[in-house]
Design a protein around this ligand. Structure first.
Ligand code: AMP
Length: 280
């Protein structure tokens, strides 16, 4: 595995690989890698001849009161994990390399980015879409893999690729969970033992709703109120930001939780904001 830290070096490799007729697969991450990230790299390998992963904690997607400075980092470990997961090139640029000091062009989306996490994280998806568009121009992949864990992000990237005509196939990979069901996340490292026990209820209420829906109780209002009641009873210290049942592509709320629909949840456990979801 080769490590690259400049845009010029990354673009030179991208051109070389394309000229050789290789299909390039790309997995962007913010590092502090776990099995969820590694599953994306393995899937990229199945779709491409050459796999590029990036580790870049993108400052523009963090709000002023969010955890940019505390965000967990362990570059030495990430390097080892990428190398053992079949990554050919690891791109880890600095913030100065990615953003010119007077940059003034961004990618904004007006519809899908306004609800769910976008409602409370103003500017977050502008930061995400801008950095992903920039990374696409640096890595020039044929295929890029994103996690279903960040369902709204995956929907937005598919929309950006469609609306801005990026010649890139987007593959969305299933959520990887801890044995007890907690969705893997770099931010899980912030949780105390007690907070982690509370956090498990995010997945549990999603499972309950999916079960109810599979048994025919598909009215969104009933499912949502049952989920809220279960959370209030079992995990009262979870500060629920939203629970919504939406169309998985348009992210518009739906009245019936039929097959293919997305149930998404965000909550704060102590100071840690966690998200999870299920597609019926
Ligand atoms: P992050 O490093 O959190 O920005 O995540 C990088 C990529 O990994 C994104 O496409 C995430 O959706 C994906 N990802 C994060 N956690 C998981 C997980 N538990 N399962 C599957 N994909 C994940």
């Amino acid at each position: 595995m080769k490590t690259l830290s400049t845009v010029a070096a990354m673009q030179a490799v991208a051109r070389e690989q394309r000229a050789a007729g290789h299909r390039v697969g790309f997995v962007p991450t913010m590092g502090f890698l776990h099995e969820g990230h590694l599953s994306l790299m393995q899937l990229a390998r199945e779709h491409a001849d050459v796999v590029v992963a990036s580790v870049f904690v993108n400052p523009t997607q963090f709000g002023p009161n969010e955890d940019l400075d505390q965000y967990p980092r362990n570059m030495a470990r990430d390097l080892e994990l990428c190398a053992s997961s079949g990554v050919d090139y690891l791109f880890c640029p600095s913030a100065e390399e990615v953003y010119t000091p007077d940059c003034s062009v961004y990618v904004d989306e007006d519809v899908l980015s306004t609800g769910l996490c976008g409602a409370s994280r103003s500017g977050h998806f502008r930061g995400v879409l801008t950095v992903v568009a920039k990374l696409f121009n640096m890595v020039m992949p044929d295929v890029a893999v994103f996690g279903q864990k960040d369902a709204q992000q995956a929907a937005l990237i598919q929309r950006m690729v469609r609306d801005l005509n990026f010649p890139i196939e987007i593959v969305v990979s299933p959520i990887v969970r801890e044995p007890d069901g907690l969705a893997m996340s770099s931010r899980n490292t912030y949780l105390s033992v007690d907070e982690r026990a509370q956090a498990l209820w995010l997945h549990r209420v999603l499972k309950q709703a999916a079960l109810q829906a599979s048994e025919g109780a598909d009215g969104s209002a009933v499912l949502l109120s049952d989920m809220r009641a279960l959370l209030a009873h079992e995990a009262p210290s979870l500060d629920v930001e939203y629970i919504e049942i939406v169309d998985a592509v348009s992210l518009v709320p739906v009245e019936s939780a039929v097959s293919g629909v997305l149930i998404a949840i965000a909550a704060k456990v102590g100071k840690t904001r966690l998200i999870d979801n299920v597609i019926l």
